[in-house]
Design a protein around this ligand. Structure first.
Ligand code: C2O
Length: 383
């Protein structure tokens, strides 16, 4: 039914002012056909996401991966499946470019912000779900699965490096590698053999603080706090409730609930891969800022690991405390379950997805290679 302000559209989008008074237009093309409701895939699990560091020398996989992204990058700009529009999908919903009233039915359309609340995990899950399906369809491979950047793995010292699959392979090797991040920005001080420290802080780094591999490993095992000890309940792990009244403020000043344990953990990898604290790159591009993060292919694999950690969290035991049992179970609030997002799918259709359909990766038809030996290191860590 038509909305008096939004008409029959799902909302509207505007260019946003980002840091340093620059304007960025991340608005997506309008759908050519009316949006369709999401349907869970009917086939059993077909896609198995594997860790990027184990795929580095898998010529067949790496060549598929590169071909899929090369085709995605070659699509015209008005095609919502194009790499540009995949980037813009993240950008438009994460810098309050998109106004809607689909969440909680408020009277005034408000800017959507998919971070800092219980929308963080479901929304990013579906972003990479459709991203992966588009990549697979571009190479006619219904089993194509994104690699995940297994940065929490302390068993294999290469896992926490920027994986080779996101870097140029040596010339003349068997890899058909177009170096997918050509011309874009990453922090070149953080290339292999450097390992992502989960307590990374750009200011300390600039001040000359250097940590030994043992210190990094120890700090990284401390993610046990985010995953096991402190972040048990839905509110603690997924994030606070989406609060639209807080969301009506000026663009760029939106406060939405609070980040959960998964989200705060994930920020570090963004900041470590992107340019922080560098006068030449005042916008912290690419990974260091929501606006540009989706331009770096590593972004989608970083989020695959965050998504995997959500699956792991679901399997961890509940916790009994003095004030009762904190259960590892998603929210059952109607506002959560009925929250709706729109994404473009592999057929260029706009799909309306409800959060209640996103809570099981198994039902979505994908799974992760079992990493429990590495997971156990931090799950059992006693800081
Ligand atoms: Cu929308 Cu990792 O950020």
């Amino acid at each position: 039914e038509a909305d008096p302000v939004l008409g029959t559209s799902r909302g509207y989008c505007r260019p946003v002012t980002i840091a340093n008074n620059k304007t960025q237009d991340c608005c997506l093309p309008e759908p050519k056909r009316p949006p369709i409701p999401f349907k869970l895939p009917t086939n059993p699990i077909m896609r198995v996401r594997r860790p990027a560091h184990e795929l580095a020398q898998d010529v067949e996989y790496v060549n598929k991966y590169n071909l899929a992204y090369t085709r995605m990058k070659a699509l015209p700009d008005d095609d919502p499946r194009s790499f540009l529009r995949q980037w813009h999908t993240h950008c438009s919903f994460c810098v309050e470019a998109f106004l809607s009233r689909y969440l909680n039915g408020t009277a005034t359309p408000y800017p959507l912000q998919l971070h800092f609340s219980w929308t963080f995990l479901p929304w990013h899950r579906m972003l990479i779900y459709f991203h992966e399906r588009i990549l697979g369809s571009l190479i006619d491979d219904p089993e194509f699965a994104l690699p995940f950047w297994n940065w929490d793995n302390q068993l294999d010292p290469t896992a926490g490096q920027v994986p080779q699959i996101f870097l140029p392979y040596p010339a003349g090797s068997a890899f058909n590698n177009p170096f997918l991040h050509e011309g874009k920005v990453r922090n070149t001080n953080h290339l292999p053999p450097k390992v992502l420290p989960l307590d990374y802080n750009a200011i300390d780094e600039a001040a000359g603080v250097v940590n030994t591999p043992e210190e990094i490993k120890d700090a990284n095992l401390c993610m046990v706090w985010n995953m096991v000890y402190n972040k048990v309940s839905a509110q603690e792990f997924l994030g606070g409730k989406y609060n639209t009244s807080a969301n009506l403020g000026a663009q760029g000043n939106v406060t939405v609930g609070e980040s959960g344990g998964a989200e705060s953990l994930h920020n570090t990898a963004h900041e470590w891969v992107g340019m922080m604290n560098n006068a030449q790159f005042p916008d912290n591009e690419d990974m260091g800022v929501f606006t540009y993060a989706g331009r770096d292919p590593i972004f989608y694999s970083h989020h695959a690991n965050v998504d995997r950690l959500w699956d792991v969290w679901q399997t961890l035991p509940d916790k009994v405390t003095e004030d009762g049992t904190r259960t590892r179970k998603e929210f059952d609030d109607v506002d959560f379950l009925e929250t709706e997002f729109t994404f473009y799918d592999e057929n260029q259709d706009m799909v309306r997805v409800k959060v209640k359909d996103t809570l099981s990766s198994e039902k979505l038809g994908y799974t992760y290679q079992d990493m429990s030996a590495a997971d156990r290191l931090w799950i059992d860590h006693k800081p």
